[in-house]
Design a protein around this ligand. Structure first.
Ligand code: UGA
Length: 416
């Protein structure tokens, strides 16, 4: 099939490149010329494991363009950003602008597939732009850092359609994964995306609240997680306690869901609480550090991990931002290292933070080590080496990701 993807961010790129791997001819379009030039050279503009390899493998059937006219194909995926507006709502202006432009140049019966996360009712509204084209809602469930794996091994593919024709075309698009498709109406598909992210976000907030209680009561969250998560009705995933969620998705989508509720006169109490618990988790962690040192003036701390999670360079709403800012406010000096996110972090912290080239560079002569992202590099670091490099042997593990039995004073989350 000839398929185009408008918007070559992480969702668009992964979608386009994976669909090419199914054998479709793909046109990836973006207004960002620099990005398209990079892509034409076979380079991925984002850090996503496996993406560049897949781009290379399918380079003969993927085209990159900045022209909307080139993107008029049988099926057009919209993978445009829907950032949070100042009032907390999702900003759908990119989707509407592009749809308006498309409506003027589309001649034949094409299928427009909305992959962006959009407020419930958006696809129905978009129908107003098109006489001939059908609209489909096909939300994405890709985790950054695992996006290729998630695309190729989906638990389900949610597709909102309005007619049989759309259904048949989408079955051809997902030719290799037909058995995973759950068809439904447009509004339900849009709602499924928000409800999924909100549920995952509140699952993490829930375990973080329990972790705080574990500390007070003498329980250990690692055992509790195992005991609770082994119940199939609950499940073990997204039950890791730590410094909470960040990134572009959970913060944005929980906020948008609260706004959707407001618009319909519903107070989304549970989602509001999940957000509150999440952002409080960052202060809770900083307080552990403050309680240890009493005074951070003149202390140097090594921060390992800046990205909001491992295997990405994404710093959007990363817990590290709030945590480092708080520590700086208390006059701590920060050495920071991350395997992928340093360039993005430099844009945020400038020269307020001293960026290092490796774990061992970062920990040299410090008063304490703080782990904020559970990169394998930190999980497997040579603790013997770290022990001999640091000034004070203290580790604050914001992800409960390393095992310390001796030599260090160790603080985790929800541990006793
Ligand atoms: C999330 C969803 O998992 C995807 O299904 C969805 O498609 C995507 O949002 C989106 O809407 O685009 P993502 O934000 O990439 O994916 O990352 P996750 O792996 O879900 O992690 C989110 C945050 O939760 C991270 O900060 C992570 O460190 C944190 N987390 C995750 C925990 O604190 N504990 C856990 O047990 C799991």
């Amino acid at each position: 099939m000839n398929i185009s993807v408008i918007g070559s961010g992480y969702v668009g790129l992964v979608t386009g490149v994976c669909l090419a791997d199914f054998g479709h001819h793909i046109t990836l379009m973006d207004v960002d010329k620099e990005k398209i030039e990079k892509l034409k050279k076979g380079l991925s503009p984002i850090y996503e494991p496996g993406l560049e390899e897949l781009m290379k493998k399918n380079k003969n059937i993927i085209e990159y363009t900045t022209s909307l006219n080139d993107a008029i194909k049988d099926v057009i995926f919209l993978c445009l950003p829907t950032p949070t507006k100042d009032n907390g709502e999702a900003d759908t202006s990119y989707i509407f602008e592009v749809s308006e432009k498309l409506s003027k140049i589309i001649k034949d019966d094409v299928l427009i597939v909305v992959k962006s996360t959009v407020p419930v009712g958006t696809c129905k509204q978009l129908k107003g732009f098109f006489d001939k084209a059908d609209i489909v809602s096909n939300p994405e469930f890709l985790r950054e850092g695992n996006a290729i794996y998630d695309f190729m091994n989906p638990d389900r593919i949610v597709i909102g359609v309005e007619n049989e024709r759309s259904r048949k075309i989408m079955e051809k698009v997902y030719i290799k994964q037909k058995d995973k498709i759950i068809f439904m109406d447009l509004n339900s598909a849009e709602m499924t995306k928000y409800a999924s992210n909100a549920f995952l976000a509140l699952k993490i907030s829930f375990i973080n609240e329990v972790a705080q209680l574990c500390e007070k009561t003498g329980a250990n969250i690692n055992y509790v997680k195992k005991g609770v998560g082994s119940d199939k009705r609950i499940g073990e995933h997204f039950l890791s306690a730590g410094i909470g969620w960040g990134g572009s998705c959970f913060p944005k989508d929980t906020s948008a869901l609260i706004k959707i509720g407001e618009k319909h006169g519903l107070d989304m109490k549970i989602i509001k609480a999940a957000r509150k618990v999440n952002y409080n988790q960052r202060s809770f962690f900083v307080n552990k550090i403050l309680n240890h040192y009493k005074d951070l003036n003149g202390k140097t701390l090594a921060v390992l991990g800046l990205a909001f999670k491992p295997n990405t360079d994404d710093m959007r709403d990363a817990p590290s931002i709030d945590i480092i800012r708080k520590l700086l406010k208390y006059n701590a000096k920060i050495n920071a290292y991350d395997p992928a996110a340093i360039n993005n972090a430099k844009k945020i912290f400038g020269d307020k933070v001293c960026f290092k080239e490796s774990v061992y560079d970062a920990v040299k002569d410090v008063d304490g080590v703080i782990i904020l992202t559970e990169w394998d590099e930190f999980v497997n670091m040579d603790l013997e080496k770290v022990k001999n490099l640091v000034k004070n042997r203290v580790i604050f593990d914001g992800r409960n990701c390393i095992k310390i039995e001796k030599d260090f004073i160790y603080y985790g989350i929800g541990l006793n």
